[in-house]
Design a protein around this ligand. Structure first.
Ligand code: ZN
Length: 252
């Protein structure tokens, strides 16, 4: 069975990671869609770093939920599998999806990369250290990390609004889709507002494959889905994965 899974913020929301949309996403009364931009970083890198440090800490404190675990089971039991996630957290990885079966199309929040050259650094946040309550002075001392190669400012290794998707990761998705159509495409916890998510879902299911949408609300993808599941991902996915695995390995 060939399976493509596309996930978005709704999957991590159930682990307590706030989405950018709505009141919960606001930080110090600031709109995240305006903070997650190159402009905001140019204007006030300190502020942007404070926000990302808080988010890193929050993600470190969070745990994968039943949706992450269900997707990991599916990844282990299907011979040809790719997960494409828009989430920059590491909950899919900690849930058990191997790196070679996963594309983080919007980057990884635990990577810092130079804003000028190609130098990157992985921030070791795991296993999570006991929560440290940082004073604002300590936070300020940490300042803005600088590149060890060219001394330019480091930035979080994520794709900001208005930026291109990372070429290597994009290529991995294209290669998977070029190798053939999928039997099943699952799109979970994303409002599918980005055209490429819809494009990949449709190309993945192009030869009569199933297209399962898991989202409490209607999205632009809904009208193409062969199965609509209007439930949170952590409730729906364990059941859907069980059903799919019974098809792959009929129980005796
Ligand atoms: Zn550099």
């Amino acid at each position: 069975m060939r399976v493509l899974v596309l996930t978005g913020a709704g999957v991590s929301a159930e682990s307590g990671i706030p989405t950018f949309r709505g009141k919960d996403g606001y930080w110090r009364n600031l709109d995240p869609t305006k903070l997650a931009t190159a402009d905001a970083f140019t204007r006030d890198p300190q502020l942007v770093w404070e926000w990302y440090r808080e988010r890193r800490q929050r993600i470190s404190d969070a745990r994968p939920n039943a949706a992450h675990e269900a997707i990991a089971r599916l990844a282990q039991c299907t011979d040809d599998f790719l997960l494409v996630t828009q989430n920059v957290d590491d909950l899919h990885a900690r849930g058990g999806v191997a790196a070679e079966k996963m594309v983080q199309i919007h980057g990884n929040i635990f990577i810092s990369r130079c804003s000028r050259c190609d130098w990157t650094r992985f921030e070791h946040e795991h296993p999570p250290s006991p929560r440290l309550r940082r004073t604002s002075e300590q936070e300020q001392e940490e300042g803005i990390p600088k590149c060890l190669k060219c001394t330019a400012l480091m930035r979080p290794g994520v794709v900001w609004f208005g930026e291109q998707l990372p070429r290597n990761e994009l290529q991995r998705v294209e290669d998977f889709l070029d190798r053939g159509a999928c039997d099943v495409v699952i799109v979970a916890g994303t409002t599918a507002t980005f055209g490429y998510i819809i494009d990949w879902a449709l190309r993945g299911s192009r030869d009569g494959g199933e297209l399962i949408e898991v989202n409490p609300e209607e999205t632009p993808l809904s009208r193409f889905a062969t199965q609509l599941v209007r439930e949170p991902a952590a409730i729906a996915l364990p059941r859907i994965v069980d059903e799919l695995m019974n098809r792959v390995r009929p129980s005796l």
